[in-house]
Design a protein around this ligand. Structure first.
Ligand code: ADP
Ligand code: MG
Length: 252
């Protein structure tokens, strides 16, 4: 597929097995700057494993991950984050004992590489930037609320703000709308697409709702038992007989 935009991420013949299970089996694809793509496939297809190989939590048994044309083979998870790879998780990772604003302040300090700050000093840092990030995700009015009291959809927004604090150029989102009502799903995906557009950020997200996938992704990659069986525009993926047989027929 041709694209006028430069390539940001390239996956080359990536392979990872757990025991005898080929979780990611010879997968290759590339993502361009600003692209919003969905990674779909039934449970166990290898989506989370692929994310873990890209952000460095797992080391591939074969193949390469290139970011900006450079191999990430020797880069830790922290180094990959510094280079611009961000991640959100299926179960949101936020600090329940802090306020929404404090969560974002902490993420901003971490993104600067700061460590060892005493608490009373920490909460004086990045107040304006913290409010600005909360504004971007629609949480400005809840800045002083304890994260533990936030509604589920708001926790997912907060997690997005934490990821954005590091100014990622590639954001990997593992089931960002899991557990949400249909209305919340569409609101969050609208927000993600808008934030991606404003920041020229590339997004790869996994998602089970086909309404969300076909409503928001310009490109869909389909994994089945670790193999990439389709990588195309939504209409082409929808029409693909192998995809229909292997995945869409059984999807919710
Ligand atoms: P998905 O995110 O698409 O549901 P996963 O990447 O979580 O799929 O899993 C792919 C395959 O790898 C599954 O068969 C799963 O059981 C297996 N798997 C994933 N993580 C581990 C692990 N840490 N140890 C053993 N097997 C795993
Ligand atoms: Mg998963």
């Amino acid at each position: 597929m041709s694209s006028p935009r430069p390539q940001l991420l390239a996956i080359e013949q990536l392979q990872h097995s757990f025991g005898g299970v080929r979780a990611v089996d010879n997968v290759s694809f590339a993502l361009h700057v600003g692209e919003v793509a969905a990674l779909i496939g039934p449970n166990g297809a290898g989506k989370s494993t692929l994310f873990n190989l890209i952000d460095g939590q797992l080391v591939p048994q074969a193949g390469r991950v290139l970011f900006d044309g450079h191999s990430l083979a020797l880069c830790s998870t922290a180094e990959r984050a510094r280079r611009g790879i961000g991640r959100t998780f299926q179960v949101a990772q936020t600090f329940a004992t802090m306020t929404a604003l404090q969560n974002v302040q902490l993420a901003l300090v971490a993104a600067e590489g700061g460590a060892g700050w005493v608490r009373d000093r920490l909460w004086k840092l990045h107040i304006e930037a913290g409010h600005s990030l909360l504004g971007q995700v629609g949480l400005q009015k809840l800045a002083q609320s304890s994260a533990a009291t936030l509604a589920y959809g708001d926790v997912k927004r907060l997690e997005l703000a934490l990821a954005l604090a590091a100014r990622p150029r590639l954001l990997l989102m593992d089931e960002p709308t899991a557990g949400m009502t249909p209305d919340e799903r569409f609101a969050l995906m609208h927000l993600i697409v808008e934030v991606a557009r404003q920041n020229t950020m590339t997004v790869l997200f996994t998602e089970h709702s086909m309404d969300v996938v076909f409503g928001f992704a310009r490109r869909i990659l389909v994994l089945s038992r670790g193999r990439l069986i389709a990588d195309d525009a939504p209409d082409a993926v929808r029409a693909d007989a192998q995809v229909q047989r292997l995945y869409l027929g059984e999807a919710t």
